[in-house]
Structures are given as C-alpha cells and as structure tokens.
Design a protein. Sequence first.
Length: 66
Amino acid sequence: PPAGWPGQVPYVLGQVELPQGPQVLAEVIDCDHDDLRIGMAVEMTIQAVPAKTGGPDKAVYKWSPA
C-alpha cells in the first residue's frame, strides 16, 4: 500500500461491472479474503478518510458484500 495507508493491510481491490456497463475498481471491505468470489454481489459504501493536512475529510467509495 502507499505510505500512510489508513486501511487494513493486506487489502483487496475489486473490479465491479456496473449494470450500465462500466467497470469500477475500488477496495473491498467487510469481507474475509477467503470468502471473496468472482461474480459475488457487492454494494458501494462511502467512507470518510481524514485529510493529511488538517483540511476537510475526503469521501471515498469502497465495495462491501451485498
């Protein structure tokens, strides 16, 4: 992970195909690595990540099991 990574290590990235066709890459959370499966249903989760410079938090999207 990049320096200062605030999340869990190791982490998993999932490439999800949206119903409209585009594919989106983001971190998969709230799922044991051994439970991940190709084709499993996921939902987008928005999480706040504190800014490093004391500014406003950033909103980031992640995937979690549906």
